[in-house]
Design a protein around this ligand. Sequence first.
Ligand SMILES: CC(=O)c1nc(NC(=O)[C@H]2CNCCN2)sc1-c1cc(O)cc(O)c1
Length: 130
Amino acid sequence: ICQEENTLRELRIFLRDICAKLARNKQFFMFTKPVDIEEVPDYLDIIKEPMDLETLMSKIDKHSYICARDFLDDIDLIVRNALEYNPDKSAEDKHIRHRACSLRDKAYAFIKAEMDSDFEDTCRDIRDKR
Ligand SMILES: CC(=O)c1nc(NC(=O)[C@H]2CNCCN2)sc1-c1cc(O)cc(O)c1
């Protein structure tokens, strides 16, 4: 169990670094905090499960993720929400969809570049045993 805790601690450090890098990127500023309902009043009528990078970071600290897959599922949720809320052919909606797709690609690339697959396999085994 102690070895498992060491593995999960390493995963949290790793995910915080990726989350911080994404949140620092100016082009993702609109994904960094929960959508401000004053700014976007109809948001919660359309998006049932909001997600943002600040919430992701707090979930890491609450040990919500025990493998990179679970973390990427929440990244995918940020992207899906942006695509659903911005479906129009307008330049503004296209721009936001493009940024959302870029966020997903950068997140997956960071994980792939910095996580060796047997570390992720170990995390998956811990998750599946729990
Ligand atoms: C993150 C997101 O999905 C988002 N989408 C928007 N879309 C629009 O405003 C489109 C929707 N179609 C009609 C034309 N307007 S604004 C917005 C947003 C931007 C911020 O600076 C902060 C924030 O919390 C949310």
